[in-house]
Each structure stands twice: as C-alpha cells, then as structure tokens.
Design a binder for this molecule. Structure first.
Ligand code: ADP
Length: 489
C-alpha cells in the first residue's frame, strides 16, 4: 500500500539524471519504507548498472563545462543551494523523519548541520589556490596549481541521508567536479529532495545525478561506479565491510578514494572529570540518532573512583531522557532503528553479552512499540571476550567498563582496528594533552560529546577510513595538484 497522500512537498519518486526525473530503464521499482510503522512511503526506480553508466556519462559531459566555471560562480551556486535548503528545512525534515525514523527535531538538526557544509564550501570554493615555489635553478620557476579530479561517485548511508550528501557534494562541486550519487536503499528520498532543491538553485544539469537502487542491485551499480573509466574518485560513507570492497575495485583503475567508515569510539571519564557534564555529553554521544552514528560513543571507559557515580547517573538520565516512539510524535527523543536487520543485530549483541554475564541496568529488550523499537540500554559487567566489546554497536546500547590507570585506558581505547572519534573527560590539563597525543583516532574531543562541524576536518585513521570531510582539506580531496616548470626565463 502506497501512501502518497502524506502530502510531502519535496517527495520525488524518480531518479534524477541530466536534470531529468527518470524511471529505471527496466521500469523496476522498489519500496521506501517508514521504519516507524512499516508503511510504504513511495516507490523509487530500481536502477541497474546500465542506468548508472548513463548517469556517469552525463556527469562526464557536464564536467567539461563545470570544470571551467570560475570559483566565484561555483561559490554562488552552492550558496544559493544552501539558501534554498534552509528555506525548505521543514519539508526536508518530514522526508528525513519518514524514511529514517529519527525524531523531527533531530532531522532539523541534521539539516542545519548538512547545510552548514554547503555554506562552508560556498566560502571555501573561493580559496582554492596554488603556489609559486622557489626554484633550485636560476632561470626557472615552479608553479603548482589545483585542478578538479573529475567525476566523483558518491555512495551514502541511511543514518544521515541529507548531511552525508551535502558534506561530499558541496566540497566536490566547489572543487569543480561533478557527481553521481547512489543513496542508501533505505533513504533515497532525502537525496532526491536535495537534488530537487539543487535544481531550484540553478545547479546546471548533469552536475548532480542521483541513481536510486535496491540492495539487490547495489553491488552491480557499485561496481560500475568504481570501475567506469570516467570516474576519478569514489567518495563513500558506510560500513568498513563495504568500504573495503569499494576500495578494492577502485584500486583496479588507481582511482582516488575518500572513505568514511565505521568507528568504535571510546568515551573515557577520568576521576577529575566534571561528572555532570560527562553525563550530559554521554547522552548526546550515545543516543543521538538512537546510537546510529559512526562517531557515536561505543565503549564507556570509566575510572574506578567515579565508576559507581557515573553509572548510577547514566542509568537515571537514560530512564528520564530517552523517550522511545515514532519520530513525528512530540517529545520523542529516540525513534525506531532503521530496519529489522539492524534491530536484530543490536538485540543479538545484547543477548549474547547477557548470556555471558553482562547485566542490563536498564533496557536490554525490544519495546512493545514494534520490531524496530529497541529500548535504550545500559550494560555493565562487560568483558573483552564478548562480541559487543569489540564491535560497533550502532544502536541505543551503552556499555560501561572500569579502568584504573591512564596507561591502561589508553591501551584499551587503542585496541581496535577503528580510529574515528574518541571522547575524553578530565579537568587535568596535562592529561588532556597527553590523551590528545596518545589516542589513535582521527578526532579527539576533550570534555565534549559532539565534535563535528563544517570547520574542522572529519575523518578517521586505521580501518575507519581515508581522507577528510569539511575544513579546507575537504575540498583538497577532490583536487589534483599539478606542477608546471617554466624554464629559460
Ligand atoms: P550501512 O547500511 O551500515 O550504512 P553499508 O555499507 O551497508 O552501511 O551501506 C552504505 C551504502 O553502501 C549504501 O548506499 C549501500 O547501498 C551501499 N552498498 C552496499 N553494498 C554495496 C556494494 N557492494 N557496492 C556498492 N555499494 C554498496
């Protein structure tokens, strides 16, 4: 049953290629579900490799003109897109909440965050500069210039279906690149809405293309998006597992990759910490987007002197502040998990830990609201041999462990293949600096639970990824540098 009567102004149910709204060549479609009630919001084209190829060729044509626009012109268009997205916040939010399940207030937060990247890249577009370097030869000069890499494949996840697009597309457009976006099969509608608004903003046709595809077709579409000769860069946010597959395919054509993969963030509380602040930040770091964020706190490591106080406070906060329900309901802070597979994964991790001796102080089970509503959970007595200790949980489950020394906690925190974000709570200045230096993560927050914005570089080390988004580095990802030698001067 398709409920198009929802009257969503920005609902688009066709793919967007070369400035046109299109069906799949095969005419196949797949449903987009609302995770809060399993209703079908709409159906979108289930495109295959053939459709993707067409989109890539379109982007390739558009690149020939877009690359020659001035930085000022590109800045202007991105800024206009920003303005229109800002104006459409309410319409975008209803789409994001419908397909991702997150509360409306969080959907609006995501839009503000996503838009901040458009605003930022509209500015930074005008500051992509080259260098003139000193020459070792008296009659020669060395010039370094930056050039857009070409067509970029943008493959995005469902947890921030709007912001993951603006963060990449704002940057690549500023650099002078064009793109083909393949949004997650769970949340293609935010991408289509963003494309609609880009069109309204005057983004030339072919610069942004959106290919929608089901999970079944994702590997074939992904393959051509990595291997087509016109593609010069693959920008992906998603699981480490899929990231590795794409990286492997990109290697065949020596293509640039920008990978934002899974995290396993430690949240470390030392005995000198302001516990009240640590608790407030813990709620944000863990339960924002119902735990479905790659920078979300995954392991709470608490010093033994403050462990009882922290755990007691955390339990009370969760009991008081986590309100589970459909994202459209006033006052709800935690929505459904995105799909049954994720919900089963989260509950499986908890059940396995409990079987081995972990204790849920609160939650630890599904609520009676439905198969995707998992209660906000606090688990203690977790041991390193439990699966939940080493895996990215990606759900509303906080796991607390006790530590004794700084040396010990650094070791525990770093004992993972991931290296995205880490959170540290301490009032000791030296300790703050030591932690910043010793933690093997791309981002470290001292006394805060939220760290992402357009200004700083977002990204991970180790298996959490390659490259950075936001900041001036976010644009550099999409440019090549060229060295020209002027001789005989
Ligand atoms: P998650 O679902 O946890 O966000 P995934 O890595 O599974 O992480 O999905 C992220 C994106 O990768 C989605 O757009 C999904 O469709 C896409 N994807 C999954 N498998 C492939 C694949 N083999 N090739 C290309 N894209 C893929």
């Amino acid at each position: 049953q398709v409920h198009e009567s929802r009257n969503m102004q920005l609902l688009r149910n066709q793919a967007y290629i070369n400035g046109q709204w299109m069906s799949a060549n095969s005419n196949c479609v797949f449903p987009v579900l609302n995770p809060a009630d399993d209703s079908v919001i709409t159906e979108v084209p289930d495109m295959d490799a053939c459709d993707a190829k067409k989109a890539i060729e379109t982007a390739s044509n558009a690149f020939e003109t877009w690359k020659n626009t001035t930085q000022k012109e590109r800045s202007y268009v991105i800024r206009k897109w920003y303005d229109i997205c800002q104006k459409n916040t309410d319409y975008l939010a209803e789409i994001i909440t419908a397909e991702s399940g997150k509360p409306l207030s969080e959907a609006k937060g995501e839009i503000a965050y996503g838009n901040s990247f458009l605003e930022w890249f509209a500015d930074t577009a005008r500051h992509i500069n080259g260098e003139v370097l000193t020459s070792p030869w008296p009659n020669k000069q060395i010039m370094v210039t930056r050039h857009p890499v070409g067509v970029v494949s943008v493959i995005t996840p469902w947890n921030f279906p709007f912001a993951m697009i603006t963060r990449k597309v704002g940057a690549l457009m500023a650099a002078g690149c064009t793109c083909v976006i393949k949004p997650s099969e769970d949340t293609p509608l935010a991408a289509l809405a963003a494309a609609e608004l880009a069109e309204q903003a005057g983004v030339p046709k072919g610069v942004i293309n959106v290919v929608t595809t089901s999970r079944k077709n994702a590997p074939n579409v992904g393959k051509i998006m990595c291997e087509h000769p016109d593609i010069r860069c693959i920008s992906f946010t998603g699981s480490t597992h899929v990231g590795k597959i794409l990286y492997g395919m990109a290697a065949k054509g020596v293509k640039r990759v920008a990978l934002e993969l899974g995290g396993n963030a430690p949240f470390i509380v030392f005995s000198s910490a302001d516990i009240e602040n640590a608790l407030n930040q813990a709620m944000l770091a863990k339960f924002r987007n119902n735990g479905q964020a790659c920078v979300g706190a995954n392991r709470f490591l608490i010093h033994e002197d403050v462990y009882d106080k922290f755990v007691e406070g955390f339990k009370a906060y969760i009991g008081k502040k986590c309100i589970l329900g459909p994202g459209t309901k006033e006052g709800v802070t935690c929505g459904p998990l995105i799909n049954d597979m994720q919900a089963q994964k989260v509950s499986g991790l908890v059940d396995d830990a409990v079987k081995q001796g972990a204790k849920p102080l609160i939650g630890g089970k599904f609520s009676n609201l439905g198969s995707k509503f998992y209660e906000s959970t606090l688990l203690v007595d977790v041991k390193p041999n439990m699966t939940i200790y080493g895996e990215e949980i990606f759900g509303p489950v906080a796991v607390c462990l006790k530590f004794k020394t700084e040396e010990e906690v650094v070791k525990i925190a770093n004992s993972t293949n991931s290296g995205l974000a880490a959170y540290v709570f301490t009032r000791e200045l030296g300790q703050a600096f030591r932690m910043s230096r010793q933690l093997e993560f791309g981002m470290v927050a001292i006394n805060d639970g939220i760290l992402s914005a357009a200004e700083p570089p977002f990204g991970g080390i180790k298996e959490s990824g390659i490259g950075r988004e936001g900041s001036k580095h976010g644009i550099e990802e999409y440019t090549d540098i060229k060295y020209t030698l002027f001789s005989g001067l």
